[in-house]
Design a protein around this ligand. Sequence first.
Ligand code: TYC
Length: 113
Amino acid sequence: MVLEPLMMSDNPDEDDKTSVLVQTRPKTKRPPLYKVLLLNDDYTPMEFVVHVLERFFGMNHAQAFEIMLTVHKKGVAVVGVFSHEIAETKVGQVMDFARRHQHPLQCTMERED
Ligand code: TYC
């Protein structure tokens, strides 16, 4: 009977084909953030938009009025940045509130890069 020699290298990692990835940096990846956007339209009253910004985005009257005017003039503005879950909740609250008052106000969310 001939016995094949069992070869083993000095480096134990070369013997089995499974390998372990060495973690170089500690993984501290933060979850993505989402911008909540308010869109302009021709019908929603300005006071209603100001109220929405005060009620759902915690703005004071002056801040809310300023952001409302930005949307009115530019067509869109970021009204807040949140986690995915909070952003979805805000969008839902605004869309629901606008629909209940029969205003065409649109609110969307967009992932931050
Ligand atoms: N453009 C609307 C008006 O003139 C006001 C408005 C502002 C509507 C912001 C929507 O997101 C909006 N009545």
